[in-house]
Design a protein around this ligand. Structure first.
Ligand SMILES: [Fe+2]
Length: 187
């Protein structure tokens, strides 16, 4: 490739090679992180369409790639100002790189043992604002909330071990101690 710009196609090839050689989620995300950062910073990778947000949901997930079996999903996520998600897990590894705006990430720790269906106790353990180039990695059972605290659309590159509508993940209401299944509108 020489000095050619990094591309989505090359990134997907690299993801395939990494996950073929490694099964440990921490080691996978350590290797994906610099490549995701490189892709997000590649001139021309940002597209006008990434500024589109689904008004009802408050954000859009622009699917750039998934394997036929739903593994290795790459999205660009776009959040409207003052919109975001409830607390959620992914049930797969995740690497997120900030591309534009101010995406606030709140991290939670689960206090209960998960044995009571529909019930969860969460405690906030961290909070930060991700700006352009900032990276966040999540393990399958990590729980976080994402909220756009800026005045412009917040845009970030998300890579998951598996498409997040196929992992059986959950969202949480920390105030009501509720856990429930989560699927999202992909557009
Ligand atoms: Fe998330």
């Amino acid at each position: 490739m020489g000095n050619a710009a990094y591309s989505l196609e090359q990134y997907v090839e690299d993801l395939r090679a990494i996950t073929a050689a490694e099964t440990d989620n921490v080691k996978i995300t350590e290797q994906v992180q610099p490549l995701a950062t490189k892709l997000a910073a590649t001139p021309g990778f940002m597209k006008e369409e990434f500024y589109h947000c689904n008004e009802e949901q408050g954000f859009s997930l622009h699917l750039l790639h998934e394997e036929d079996n739903h593994d290795l999903a790459v999205f660009v996520a776009s959040w409207l100002p003052n919109r975001g998600t409830l607390a959620h897990n992914h049930k797969t590894w995740a690497v997120v790189v900030g591309m534009h705006g101010q995406e606030q990430e709140t991290e939670w720790r689960r206090l209960d043992d998960g044995s009571k269906a529909g019930y969860a106790e969460l405690e906030q353990i961290g909070q930060r604002v991700m700006t352009t180039g900032a990276v966040s990695t999540c393990m399958p059972d990590d729980i976080h909330t994402v909220w756009n605290v800026g005045e412009d659309v917040a845009i970030s590159l998300h890579t998951y071990g598996r498409h997040i509508n196929y992992t059986g993940r959950s969202e949480f209401d920390p105030d009501a101690n509720v856990e429930r299944p989560l699927t999202l509108i992909i557009d």
